[in-house]
Design a protein around this ligand. Structure first.
Ligand SMILES: [Zn+2]
Length: 263
């Protein structure tokens, strides 16, 4: 009886894996599916924030990004790109260029906070704004922009006047998409993933400056807080974050097919 049960269990597992594999293959081939660009923050020579016990932010962001890629592909509803899938350094401009070059429909940067007050904890989600929503958000943007904070999007071959008009037009549509994504993430996390007070903030992040791609930057928790650090080190917690993000992205695309401007 026990063997019978195990065989049935393996049968179900086998079918589940086969179905997931088919969905992944179909998703990779179907260019009509939305493309989600995941940007695991930092990498290579840039460790990002460092927890008191030496844990590097770059490892947490990459591990979560790889899990999120699998979770999204398993739905069969998305194509998924990554700005990095190994421990390498990519400039902030290079990350934005990846989203533009691939025509990504959504861009999500993954990071971990390191705040000046160890008592503060929880995730927060940021959208782009020239003026930071508060001093804490301004400080986080300064930290995340780091040393290679390059100029805003460059419109090659277009006069500055036309570029300005294009940027303002695209930014209005994109901003709506970005804010929707941030709200969907906050809703998906509420009551499940600890959140900072006022978790949706805004600041001038270099990686959010592509005017044609709705985007958000998620700080998954604070490496300066021992409770958050313990959670972020736990693969089960990172898997839960990936599932919550997948639900948020499902919600986003269920309500908004595409915020990119034609042409
Ligand atoms: Zn970071």
């Amino acid at each position: 009886m026990k063997c019978d049960f195990n065989r049935r269990g393996f049968g179900r597992l086998g079918l589940g894996l086969a179905a997931a594999s088919l969905l992944r293959a179909r998703a990779r081939a179907d260019t009509s599916l939305p493309l989600v660009m995941i940007d695991p923050g930092h990498g290579g020579e840039d460790p990002g924030a460092i927890a008191p016990d030496g844990l590097f932010e770059k490892h947490i962001t990459l591990a979560t990004g790889l899990t999120l890629r699998e979770t999204l592909l398993a739905t069969g509803r998305y194509r998924v790109g990554m700005t990095r899938s190994t421990d390498i350094y990519v400039t902030l401009q290079g990350r934005v260029a990846d989203a533009v070059a691939t025509g990504a429909n959504l861009y999500l940067a993954l990071h971990c906070d390191h705040l000046p007050f160890a008592g503060l904890r929880g995730a927060s989600v940021f959208t782009l704004s020239n003026t930071a929503s508060d001093a804490l958000a301004a400080g986080i943007a300064t930290d995340e922009n780091g040393v290679d904070n390059g100029p805003a999007q460059d419109f090659n071959g277009v006069s500055p006047q036309v570029a300005g008009i294009l940027a303002s037009l695209e930014t209005r549509a994109t901003r709506l998409g970005s804010n929707t994504l941030a709200q969907d993430i906050q809703s998906s996390f509420t009551g499940i993933v600890p959140l900072l007070p006022d978790p949706h903030r805004s600041a001038n992040f270099a990686v959010l400056r592509d005017p044609s791609t709705p985007s958000a930057l998620l700080e998954m928790g604070c490496l300066s807080n021992p409770l958050d650090e313990a959670l972020l080190k736990n693969p089960a917690h990172r898997e839960m974050i990936a599932q919550r993000l997948t639900d948020a992205i499902d919600l986003y695309f269920a309500n908004h097919t595409d915020y990119r401007l034609a042409g």
